[in-house]
Design a protein around this ligand. Structure first.
Ligand code: BGC
Length: 519
């Protein structure tokens, strides 16, 4: 067996783990039994890969003409990130990309999802020149992936944009951002579209809207009470404007792609949403609240993109606060996707706030008069992950696929992120971190739920683990680790396979041509 970095003694325990019979997670309300999962449970041409994003792994933040991004500025603001970590060096992928591609190749992955750093290509957005050295960097990545038989899945924008766009016109608060985004997308299609066949315009527009403009804990840190105490912002209105601009930016980029590139390049395009599952806390009383919550999260994005307008429920509750699409906009937006791309991690319960008492926040229209909770009768919905707010609930994977199938029929689906971060209480030593048997259980059980959804007619075409390696986990810095590979951020930046990397290697071994077990 060949790994990009040296093998280590955990391999034997890992073999033992493979023999462990299917089982369920610890104490929680509803047990999720799962079946043992095999590569052959998925179609032959299914994509199995890992996901990353530029700011979280690249580093090289001032190198080769790169401009300053919103995240460069934010992470350099004292107190914003745990331990005041920054992405200045991150995983140093900017210099180690060949090694990282080899890691995926060794695991037998046939796809890789990564994002383009806007400021590496356009340091000042539309207000400066294209940086050829940035283009070269991604050309090298794409070419080397293809050499190894790994299909590139490219996210055009994953949270990091040129700071100049913030300073000039407040970025996503302004419709000017649509033009900047389309300009950036155009360059990506022109430069990389001959080889990139899967494009995602924007990663998780609702996270940009909610974390940046409602809660204010992501840049540009806008919010207002009761959601937070930022120096600027309006948590009820701004997220709606920011989403509207992102949706139109997406739609215009798709239109550009379809008019000028798609026919000759033969690729496809979508948008990635964060799609968690929400179950009614009380099966009777909270059923409508759960539907409402999903409409306000998933429908907020996919209803306009598939059907041309926001969900009726949103209009009913938000009235004129919710922006409107003109007839011209509707022409662009309706049908502006070739596939759905969802990032799925967790499931929570939803409680109705029309008829029961809730917090101030939950009682706001922007929250659809709903509240979420991981508890039912004092019992957690699933094991808590290291990342606050995330619980292990494999059945959620099946449910999200069923939901997409019902609400947005005929769409093929990619699960572009799914992953686990270990609680720090499970140990902080390198040995504890690489011995990540809980991550293996997580992936096995979620994959089993995915296979079940596919047997029941879910048209899923690929699955990407978040993440290839430990990386800069936004405001949580390097303390929260989602990687299949451990990265020593403090000293050597060495990548070390965790048990889960070995598990993926074994799981994928049966199929991909580029896997050489005897080497
Ligand atoms: C984001 C990633 C992030 C992951 C884990 C997703 O919402 O796309 O950038 O690292 O969740 O928090």
């Amino acid at each position: 067996m060949r790994m990009g970095t040296k093998m280590h003694p955990f391999f034997s325990c890992f073999l033992l783990l493979l023999l462990v019979s299917p089982h369920s997670y610890g104490e929680k309300e509803e047990e999720d039994e799962f079946e043992e999962i095999k590569r052959s449970d998925f179609p032959k041409h299914f994509f199995f890969g890992a996901s990353t994003s530029s700011y979280q792994i690249e580093g090289g933040y001032l190198e080769d003409g790169k401009g300053i991004s919103n995240w460069d500025v934010f992470s350099h603001t004292p107190g914003k990130i745990i331990n005041n970590d920054t992405g200045d060096v991150a995983d140093d992928h900017y210099h180690r990309y060949l090694e990282d591609i080899e890691l995926m190749h060794s695991m037998g992955m046939n796809a890789y999802r990564f994002s383009i750093s806007w400021t590496r290509i356009l340091p000042r957005g539309r207000f400066g020149k294209v940086n050829k050295r940035g283009i070269n960097f991604y050309n090298k990545i794409i070419d080397n992936l293809l050499l190894k038989g790994i299909e590139p899945f490219v996210t055009i924008y994953h949270f990091d944009y040129p700071m100049e766009l913030e300073t000039r016109y407040e970025s996503w608060m302004s419709s000017q951002m649509q033009d900047d985004f389309v300009d950036f997308a155009n360059i990506c299609f022109e430069e990389f579209g001959d080889r990139v066949k899967y494009w995602m315009t924007i990663n998780e527009p609702e996270m940009v809207a909610i974390l940046g403009y409602k809660k204010g804990n992501f840049p540009p840190a806008h919010c207002s009470p009761p959601f937070g105490n930022c120096s600027i912002g309006n948590s009820d209105r701004e997220p709606l404007i920011v989403m509207h601009n992102q949706l139109l930016a997406h739609a215009k980029a798709v239109s550009l792609y379809r008019t000028h590139f798609q026919e000759k390049q033969g690729g496809s395009i979508g948008i990635t949403i964060s799609m968690q599952m929400y179950e009614p806390l009380d099966q009777q009383l909270d059923r409508k609240a759960a539907d409402r919550f999903l409409a306000f999260h998933v429908g907020w994005i996919y209803d306009p993109i598939v059907y041309g307008d926001y969900p009726k429920k949103m209009r009913e509750i938000l009235g004129s606060e919710l922006p409107s699409f003109s007839d011209e906009d509707k022409k662009y937006i309706k049908g502006s996707l070739d596939f759905t791309s969802i990032n799925h991690y967790t499931t929570k319960y939803v409680k109705d706030c029309f008829h029961s008492s809730c917090t101030d926040e939950a009682n706001r229209p922007i929250n659809a008069f709903t509240e979420t909770t991981p508890y039912r009768n004092g019992i957690l919905i699933g094991d808590q992950m290291g990342m606050p707010g995330l619980y292990v609930v494999p059945r959620g994977m099946e449910k999200v696929i069923n939901y997409i199938k019902q609400k947005y029929p005929n769409q093929s689906i990619f699960v572009t992120e799914n992953g686990y971060s270990m609680p720090t209480s499970d140990g902080n030593k390198v040995e504890d971190i690489v011995n990540d048997w809980k991550r293996i259980k997580f992936h096995k059980s979620y994959l089993a739920a995915l296979a079940k959804a596919m047997r029941n007619g879910g048209h899923v075409r690929g699955y990407f683990a978040w993440s290839l390696m430990d990386n800069f986990e936004w405001i949580r810095g390097y303390d929260t680790r989602f990687g299949l590979f451990y990265v020593d951020h403090l000293k050597t930046l060495e990548r070390r396979p965790k048990l889960s990397a070995h598990w993926f290697t074994s799981f994928l071994g049966g199929y991909p041509l580029n896997f050489h077990p005897s080497e």
